[in-house]
Design a protein around this ligand. Structure first.
Ligand code: ARG
Length: 265
């Protein structure tokens, strides 16, 4: 069973602007965000996920985006080192959660920016690390040593797709949803070399900006933001069951389904 770390949106809000989606003047509606978050949780449980809820913390509006808590594999947790001071205050809370829940915590040098599962994701034996917008490419050398796993760095060139999980979504059967213009040419070549073309779905721009790639895949189920009909059609044609969830309140912060979860095993 897939276990996810999640954090209720009690203190979620748009209190600063650290990506192009965020505008303080475009406030989120607390009631709607709570409804959308709970609907996402119900959908994840319905497809068989087990949820671990952490305590929200007042004054940390982005703590809901637990994908950025760190990266977890084989019982080891590497907590994030956030690029923006606004989010650095989250680090101690995520680190404490990992320690209290029995993970072996390995910390990175504070100057080595790394934003966790928001930037490090992949297939069981093929990991990719997004860099330049948030995480540093240097982090992947250290993470390769920690996890004994090759990590292919992918340069992100569009500030709207600042984390790898905003434009790249590996699926359980080996397929990939992605948005090529978010990557530099070399990264596109690496992806083309490693993932056969019949397994790649190029998400149209209109759906990429609806966070189609910010989806959570549990077995053959894909929980994705609402408003991505072409991606849903492709998923269905390839043997997946898409489950759309309205998440526009969280898109005001630059996140959707995947950002709101952290896979723990
Ligand atoms: N406002 C948050 C930030 O800019 C959103 C994080 C979304 N998380 C993600 N894994 N893409 O850091």
């Amino acid at each position: 069973m897939t276990r996810f770390l999640v954090c209720p949106p009690d203190y979620f809000g748009i209190e600063y602007e650290i990506n192009p989606w965020m505008r303080i003047s475009n406030a989120s509606d607390p009631q709607r965000s709570a409804q959308q978050w709970h609907a996402l949780m119900r959908q994840l449980e319905a497809v068989g996920a087990k949820l671990e809820r952490m305590e929200p913390v007042k004054g940390l509006p982005d703590l809901v985006f637990t994908a950025n808590a760190g990266f977890v594999a084989n019982g080891i947790a590497v907590p994030s080192r956030f690029r923006h001071p606004e989010r650095q205050r989250e680090e101690e809370h995520f680190t404490r959660w990992f320690i209290q829940h029995g993970f072996r915590v390995i910390t990175l040098d504070p100057t080595m920016y790394f934003e966790g599962a928001g930037d490090l994701l992949g297939f069981p034996d093929l990991w990719f690390g997004g860099y330049r917008q948030r995480s540093d490419i240097r982090a992947y050398t250290v993470l390769t040593d920690i996890f004994h796993q090759e990590i292919l760095p992918l340069e992100l060139v569009d500030s709207h797709f600042y984390h790898l999980d905003t434009c790249f979504c590996p699926l359980s059967g080996g397929e990939l949803l992605y948005y090529p213009p978010a990557f530099d040419n070399y990264a596109q070549t690496v992806i083309n070399d490693r993932v056969p073309s019949h397994r790649r779905w190029t998400v149209p721009r209109a759906e990429a900006v609806r966070f189609a790639c910010n989806a959570v895949c549990v077995d053959r189920h894909v929980v994705l933001p609402a408003g991505c009909p072409q991606t849903m059609e492709w998923l269905t044609a390839h043997g997946y069951e898409p489950h759309p969830v309205e998440l526009d309140e969280f898109m005001k912060a630059g996140g959707a389904a995947k950002c709101l979860t952290l896979a723990l095993d």
